[in-house]
Design a protein around this ligand. Structure first.
Ligand SMILES: *Cc1c(COP(=O)(O)O)cnc(C)c1O
Length: 449
């Protein structure tokens, strides 16, 4: 088997995600044969450094011996079992540990099998809580501009990235979209904290006006990843927590992308010292091994569903693979790795190297901003640095950077004209410097007239 053979067969039968398939008339598909640590290797023996953790899921590298062994052991005992009426050891242990490490107060774990499904669960649970408590007028959600919460219809509705959303507009529930605290939109001399406080006023007045009809506000804490790695100050989350309490509206924190150490703390909410009513986790939850997601919530929510069967207050939502034991085992092994090594501490050093090695790009004539929150660093390319005028999206300059990365042995996959590093935590300092070098070369190429 070689790259060419497998690619040919692939293009005859596979329909790829988030892809205009016609692009592959000129863009080569990369068939991966094996992974090891930060490296992916194709069928012709080329290697690629996975700078984006395979769509932000991988935390400790590919084919990690410890996680592999844990899954193998679990597989010998039990691959899967229905979770209604039945349970298993991995899901009990995982739930105990998640309750212990997430922000205080979260006490219950409800499982699904992907991020979008977790968002659907949180939205339905919030609505259903108010319903069970007799607040029948609450049926809307508030979300932030430029937010992303997944691709299923409910998750898409509370998102705000037009590229993914606009086509399906007629199918989506109506939401209230509030301009967010994105620090890229700061005025001259303004700090990110000041942007957060200024933009919060819009949220506050929206809550004041719409609290009666609103179930919850949903946010991606600190970094709007799919929206171009746009970042904001934790102050916004503190203010939002207080306001949600004041107006009687739930707060849903979608940490599907930023959870598990991405922003420098185990969970991004920690930086605002707050506990959401619903915490959605997926992606890094299994170290990038298997599909699994979870929504954590607190007793006040749980209790509103707990009653005699005939009162019909139960949350009758399910997915076939809910809390699959192999996936839970991968998650447990991933948590072991966090405990065994001081990952968060080590990441501080790696984040510093990322900052230092990307800093020179700030002076690039087509770089508007280099921004970072922990292990996520992004570089935003613009047409005109002085005015901030973006490149027209049709020019697809990110694609030039992507192709340059592949030639140099790096998997960089820009979001439009924003390129970023979000590597597995087992990356070395030298490998970060290599990626920064490739990124700088790629930006030079991409920004040529
Ligand atoms: C990826 C992502 C989702 C959706 O998760 P899937 O597993 O791809 O459905 C939801 N929210 C955020 C913030 C994400 O980054």
């Amino acid at each position: 088997m070689n790259n060419h053979d497998l690619t040919r067969r692939d293009l005859a039968v596979v329909w790829h995600p988030c892809t205009q398939m016609k692009d592959h008339e000129h863009l080569p598909m990369i068939p991966i044969q094996r992974g090891e640590g930060v490296w992916l290797e194709d069928f012709d023996g080329n290697r690629y450094l996975d700078a984006i953790s395979s769509w932000w899921v991988n935390l400790f590298g590919h084919a990690h011996p410890y996680i592999n062994a844990a899954i193998r052991r679990q597989m010998a005992d039990l691959e899967h079992v229905i979770l209604a009426g039945f349970t298993h050891e991995p899901v009990v242990r995982l739930s105990e540990r998640l309750v212990a490490i997430t922000p205080p107060g979260l006490s219950r774990c409800f499982y699904a099998d992907n991020g979008s499904a977790a968002v659907e669960v949180a939205l339905k649970m919030s609505f259903h809580y108010w319903h069970n408590r007799g607040h029948k007028k609450k049926n809307r959600f508030i979300c932030l501009s430029n937010s992303y919460h997944g691709e299923t219809l409910g998750a898409l509705a509370v998102g705000d990235v037009p590229l993914y959303k606009s086509t399906y507009g007629p199918l989506l529930m109506e939401v209230i979209t509030v301009p967010g605290p994105d620090c890229f939109g700061r005025k001259p001399g303004e700090s990110c904290e000041q942007v957060a406080e200024r933009m919060f006023k819009v949220m506050e007045s929206t809550l004041e006006k719409h609290a009666q009809e609103t179930c919850a506000v949903i946010v991606e804490p600190l970094v709007q990843c799919a929206g171009g790695m746009r970042m904001y100050h934790p102050r916004y989350l503190q203010l939002l927590r207080d306001a949600c309490d004041h107006y009687g509206v739930h707060l849903i924190a979608d940490e599907i992308a930023v959870g598990f150490g991405r922003t420098g703390t185990l969970f991004a909410c920690e930086q605002a010292i707050m506990t959401p009513d619903f915490l959605c986790l997926s992606k890094g939850l299994t170290g990038g091994y298997l599909p699994l997601s979870v929504v954590l919530t607190h007793d006040l929510i749980y209790d509103a569903f707990y009653d005699d069967y005939t009162r019909l207050t139960a949350f009758l939502h399910s997915h076939s693979y809910t809390a699959n034991p192999l996936a839970c085992t991968a998650a447990l092994a991933t948590l072991d790795l966090f405990e065994r090594e001081d990952v968060i501490q080590r990441n501080h050093r790696l984040a510093q190297v990322m900052a230092e090695s990307l800093a020179p790009l700030k002076d690039h004539p087509h770089v508007a901003e280099v921004r970072q929150h922990g292990m996520i660093a992004a570089v935003e390319m613009v047409k005109n640095k002085a005015t901030g005028e973006p490149y027209p999206w049709q020019e697809r300059r990110g694609l030039t950077l992507y192709q340059h990365g592949l030639r140099r042995g790096a998997l960089l996959r820009p979001l439009g004209h924003v390129s970023y590093l979000m590597p597995p935590y087992v990356i070395t300092e030298a490998q970060i410097q290599f990626l920064a070098q490739v990124l700088a070369e790629g930006i030079d190429l991409a920004c040529r007239d």
